[in-house]
Design a protein around this ligand. Structure first.
Ligand code: NA7
Length: 458
């Protein structure tokens, strides 16, 4: 383990079938294989608002919440920009102890109760006893969660029965209200409109001021077409006298000033500004590293006109590089997706190790076919008609203004079956190179036979 180390460059070395990694201190490491495990929501983005660095009070992105000091908001005027999952969770928490909070909302998001609760010792014992069943369920479900969709089409079900299901789901914890809903709410516009109406009614019931409630109800996308934020008292936060909602579609932010946020109509003065403005999702972690494959091909150029992968695990032109939670992988229940990717990758590396294979690389054909398959799986999903980090959009970044297919949208069991088939074929879809016969092997090559990291101080 090498702690506190940020890799800034990773270059494939053609002559030794290995990777050279360079960290931000200039230290160099070589390795036969690399596995990227950098996360899909890692590179945070500040808003592209003029004057964002001019504010003289305290300001930070939620991903950089100060660790070295306790932030006491009890007598502070606080502004927060962003109402995604992070903004929603931040707002519901800080309203418990804040002087005054102003929430700047660009896009209202659907959100539904999390319903976390303490687990008794007996419940915990039961959950532990059920682990095999839970894992079995996750291995069969669409997105690796315990939840499974109601197999009926919403429009085939009488209105009272729909209501009954929705009320039941609303009372359950976690993603049940999203993932145990009727199977077609993510594909059929009318079904989606009806389920959205139900969740809009819930917001109206919970928010006292009807005008504020209307602003908190999304009008430009349907329920569940963006990753559903789960909340505990988010909507009630707006019933507090010291919380104000500013809809910046109506009253746009012009700039950040030394003292606060200037909208078209007003200067809002603050002691603290919190940016819950999201991430350069999925590919942002890759853009932060200078990845260079065969012949110096840069990964950012290889993906310049669209992400292309083979199995979401490898990229042609980047031999011996594997991705855990790279693009075109399942983003459902992420730990389960990681588990599968890690198993697949390490089995492949073990296979190479046993057979003296020093280089493996996806083919251009394999990558084109897989990418086409990923795009086919995305067809018909309403989620892909909506701007969100899941469709690769980040309006703070010039190169991420249009939608792309960044994740695998098909069912997880189908994804795993395809990857398992590749392994069962002895990875014959890959170009492979064996190490030279023993008499040819040099000391340097022997040093690279195992996938251990070799550090070379500069
Ligand atoms: P998200 O879901 O990308 O949300 C970012 C929020 O910040 C969203 O409301 C954006 O509005 C808003 N935003 C971003 N830039 C601006 C600017 N320049 N001006 C105003 N508002 C802005 O990120 P999160 O961190 O909340 O959640 C990411 C995932 O982490 C989440 O889905 C879970 O899976 C865990 P917009 O919608 O773009 O209009």
């Amino acid at each position: 383990m090498q702690f506190n180390t940020r890799i800034s460059a990773a270059h494939f070395q053609d002559d030794s079938d290995s990777w050279l990694l360079i960290d931000d201190q200039g230290r160099r490491y070589t390795s036969r294989f690399i596995i990227t495990a950098m996360g899909i929501l890692n590179a945070h983005t500040m808003p592209n608002i003029e004057g964002v660095h001019d504010f003289k009070g305290k300001a930070f992105h939620t991903a950089r919440w100060p660790r070295d000091e306790a932030i006491d908001l009890s007598d502070k005027r606080v502004g927060i920009i962003g109402t995604g999952a992070t903004g929603i969770q931040t707002i519901q928490e800080i309203v418990k102890n804040v002087g005054h909070l102003t929430v700047f909302q660009r896009t209202a998001n659907w959100a539904a109760p999390l319903r976390n609760a303490k687990i008794s010792a007996e419940e915990m014992d039961q959950i532990r006893a059920d682990y095999p069943k839970i894992f079995e369920k996750c291995s069969k479900s669409y997105a690796c969660f315990v939840h499974e969709a109601d197999t009926r089409s919403l429009l085939d079900v009488p209105p009272e029965e729909r209501e009954e299901l929705w009320e039941r789901l609303y009372a359950l914890p976690g993603f049940a209200k999203w993932l145990c809903n009727f199977k077609d709410i993510g594909t059929n516009k009318e079904a989606n409109r009806l389920v959205s109406d139900f969740f809009a009614r819930k917001i109206r019931e919970r928010v006292h001021d009807p005008d504020v409630a209307e602003r908190l109800i999304p009008k430009d996308h349907g329920f569940g077409t963006r990753r559903l934020p789960l909340e505990s008292g988010y909507f009630e936060a707006f019933n507090r006298p010291n919380v104000r909602l500013v809809d910046i579609r109506e009253d746009p932010i012009l700039r950040i000033t030394e003292t606060g946020i200037q909208t078209q109509s007003e200067l809002h003065e603050f002691d603290i500004i919190i940016y819950a403005t999201g991430f350069d999702a999925v590919t942002g972690s890759f853009s932060a590293v200078d990845f260079q494959g065969v012949n110096g091909l840069k990964l950012k150029d290889a993906w310049g006109d669209g992400i292309r992968t083979y199995l979401g695990l490898t990229v042609q032109g980047f031999p011996n590089m594997f991705m855990s939670m790279g693009p075109h992988q399942m983003f459902g229940n992420i730990p389960r997706s990681i588990e599968y990717a890690v198993g697949w990758i390490t089995t492949f590396i073990g296979y190479c190790h046993e057979r003296g294979i020093t280089r493996v690389e996806a083919t251009a054909k394999g990558m084109e076919e897989w990418t086409e398959h990923v795009h086919d799986c995305a067809k018909g999903l309403l989620a892909n008609e909506v701007d969100s980090w899941m469709t690769g959009v980040n309006k703070n970044l010039a190169h991420k203004q249009t939608r792309s297919i960044a994740r695998y949208n098909g069912p997880a069991p189908g994804y795993r079956r395809r990857c398992d088939e590749v392994a069962a074929r002895g990875y014959s879809d890959f170009k492979m190179k064996r190490e030279p016969a023993e008499e040819e092997s040099s000391d340097a090559r022997e040093g690279l036979q195992t996938p251990t990291l070799v550090e070379m101080r500069p």
